[in-house]
Design a protein around this ligand. Structure first.
Ligand code: MRU
Length: 349
């Protein structure tokens, strides 16, 4: 099944907190529970939470008792505020919710017509996400030399999107084309998305991999054992500065120091042209328990101060290129990202 989908008037998703030990499917019939699932990382990854947010708003429309169009629109705006707040850094969430609100405003008809339109639009976002990921896979695979060793951070696979994946979509496409690649998988503390989710996905796909502790990445980059770094993105500012899973910035700096290309793979829905630079990107601070504990075991002494930023910002000067569904985008990003977003708007809206 897809990472997230609409099924029988409910939102259904894979519970990513249970992987790799159990493949558990959960279903929600209240948009507030879908919002909690995003916040608690039942579903995670920027494109996946975008599609989930869209389904959550479609669900809010079904739940609303409003008989009049204006009353339904008011309920939708209130629900959208709740959903948008679930996770602040990934731009895809607000992007998807706002796209549905715009669609509702622009659609004539009564409340039931709006309900149907919103569900169709959420479904269109989910379907387009799969197609977009496949296109990014094809665009990015052209950058991967035969037999390359790829360093990868966090999880950017089918689980992080509706299906197929962003940076891991490139890995998948290269593998499907017969390229004899190998992936060095950063474990990605504190939540271990690399060790748990990426390693599980690559094993399912049959892609050769080696899981490493995050702090081993510099060693392998310096040793000349890595041909390229591939990461996803949660928000890309207009100048190309990119927020991604905490630890990405360290990788980019060490990659540049060692002359290793550093590629970001993300759909244009992750580009936020209203954000002039990385300084304007909100960074989510998550619960201290993610740092103090590994699984159920506490690893720190009681009472220590903890900081847990979930993302960091990599300045554009460290990024060799950004792979989008509209092609591979190179510096200067200010102009090239704007062109890619304009092409996408023309195509999808
Ligand atoms: O906190 P997460 O697991 O949602 O973070 C995910 C990432 O940082 C991914 O790299 C990002 O969403 C892009 S991948 C589809």
């Amino acid at each position: 099944m897809r990472t997230v989908e609409w099924h029988d008037s409910r939102v259904r998703m894979i519970d990513q907190r249970r992987l790799p030990h159990a493949l558990v499917i959960v279903e929600y019939d209240d948009y507030r529970d879908v919002t909690a699932a995003i916040r608690d990382m039942v579903v995670r990854g920027a494109p996946a939470i975008g599609a989930t947010g869209a389904f959550a708003l479609a669900l809010a429309a079904q739940q609303s008792a409003a008989a009049r169009r204006d009353d339904l629109l008011a309920d939708l705006r209130a629900a959208a505020d709740v959903i948008r707040d679930a996770r602040p850094t990934a731009s895809n969430l607000a992007w998807a919710v706002d796209r549905l609100l715009r669609k509702a405003d622009a659609t004539p008809g009564d409340a039931d017509a709006l309900r149907a339109t919103l569900l169709a639009e959420a479904q269109a976002i989910a379907d387009a996400d799969v197609a977009i990921n496949r296109r990014m896979g094809a665009n990015g695979a052209a950058l991967v030399p035969d037999g390359a060793t790829i360093l990868h951070h966090c999880n950017t696979g089918a689980l992080a999107a509706v299906d197929y994946g962003t940076a891991l979509g490139v890995v998948r496409a290269a593998h499907e084309q017969g390229n004899n690649i190998r992936v060095l998988v950063d474990e990605t503390r504190p939540r271990l998305q690399g060790a748990k989710l990426t390693a599980w996905e690559l094993r399912e796909l049959g892609v050769p991999q080696t899981v490493i502790a995050d702090n081993a990445a510099g060693h392998f980059l310096h040793a000349g054992a890595v041909n390229l770094v591939l990461v996803g993105a949660d928000r890309i500012a207009a100048n190309g500065d990119t927020a991604n899973k905490i630890g990405t910035y360290n990788l980019a700096v060490v990659a540049k120091e060692n002359g290793v290309p550093f590629y970001v793979v993300a759909p244009t829905s992750t580009v936020d042209l209203a954000c002039p630079s990385g300084a304007a990107i909100p960074i989510e601070e998550r619960d201290a328990r993610e740092v103090t504990h590994i699984g159920s075991e506490q690893v720190t002494p009681d009472g220590v101060a903890v900081a847990n930023p979930a993302f960091d910002v990599t300045p554009a000067r460290y990024i060799t290129a950004i792979v989008t569904e509209q092609g591979v985008v190179y510096p200067p990003y200010e102009a090239s990202l704007r062109r890619a977003v304009a092409r996408a708007q023309h195509e999808f809206e």
